[in-house]
Design a protein around this ligand. Structure first.
Ligand code: SF4
Length: 246
């Protein structure tokens, strides 16, 4: 079973991909200021047990820090404890996504070694500039499982120099919300081509609210953005052989 663990909430904007951040949109809708970063009541969730003595979080992937950035500066005082909880639960797979991968080296626990087997990391690259700035470091760091998240995809990205077998998966998606920027299907297919050529897994997660395909701009309601991407049927499993798509 997959679960979420948000040890802290809130973030400050970091790069172009943050312009319409969903955390800000949610918080605004309930009159909250997302730039205020605070430790949540669920901070110690991985160590909590229910009345029956069983862990509250059991098995599967724990999506970690999805209402913040795990490496946001305001959480520096809490992160060592968060890592300690991951260390204490080798039975869970923790997956966090960050735009601040350049900070990671100085924040890793002393016993991180070649990377903990139960921690997978996603590095967000919304455009070529972000990819060229972040991916060399992402590849240099000791990480057991790497995913590149191109969401919101803001332009064409050539990942060919980075997909050398050390990146397990690339995820692509458009942007949601009223101010969403356009996601061009050609950019999505460009990423897919890179993945096909290198045997990297690829997942088209969502179209976003403004989706450009074959010269036509579609306004896709939130409820259909994932299903429309699924209908495109262009995901690739790792190592899948090249297959032409229409
Ligand atoms: S890094 Fe992520 S959570 Fe933080 S402002 Fe940017 S999009 Fe939002």
């Amino acid at each position: 079973m997959d679960r979420e663990w948000n040890p802290w909430h809130g973030c400050h904007k970091y790069s172009a991909g943050c312009a319409n951040c969903y955390v800000y949109r949610w918080d605004e809708s309930v009159g909250r200021d997302a730039s205020h970063v605070y430790k949540t009541r669920d901070f110690d969730l991985p160590l909590r047990r229910g009345r029956d003595g069983r862990w509250k979080l059991e098995g599967g992937t724990v999506y970690t820090c999805f209402t913040s950035d795990f490496l946001v500066e305001e959480a520096d005082a809490w992160r060592a404890e968060a890592f300690a909880m991951m260390r204490a639960r080798p039975d869970l797979r923790f997956f966090f996504i960050t735009k601040r991968i350049l900070r990671l080296a100085s924040l890793l626990p002393d016993d991180w070694g070649e990377g903990w087997e139960n921690v997978a990391i996603g590095c967000t690259c919304e455009d070529q500039r972000a990819a060229d700035e972040r991916l060399p470091e992402f590849l240099r760091l000791p990480i057991r499982e790497r995913t590149v998240i191109c969401e919101p995809l803001l332009g064409p990205i050539d990942l060919s120099t980075y997909l050398d077998g050390r990146i397990a998966q690339v995820v692509a998606g458009g942007e949601s919300g009223d101010g969403a920027r356009v996601c061009n299907y050609e950019w999505v297919l460009g990423l897919r081509r890179c993945c096909e050529e290198t045997g990297t897994a690829f997942h088209f997660k969502q179209t976003g609210a403004k989706f450009l395909k074959d010269g036509r701009l579609y306004r896709v309601p939130r409820k259909d953005q994932l299903s429309q991407a699924r209908k495109a049927n262009i995901d690739l499993a790792a190592g899948e052989l090249y297959t032409e798509t229409t």
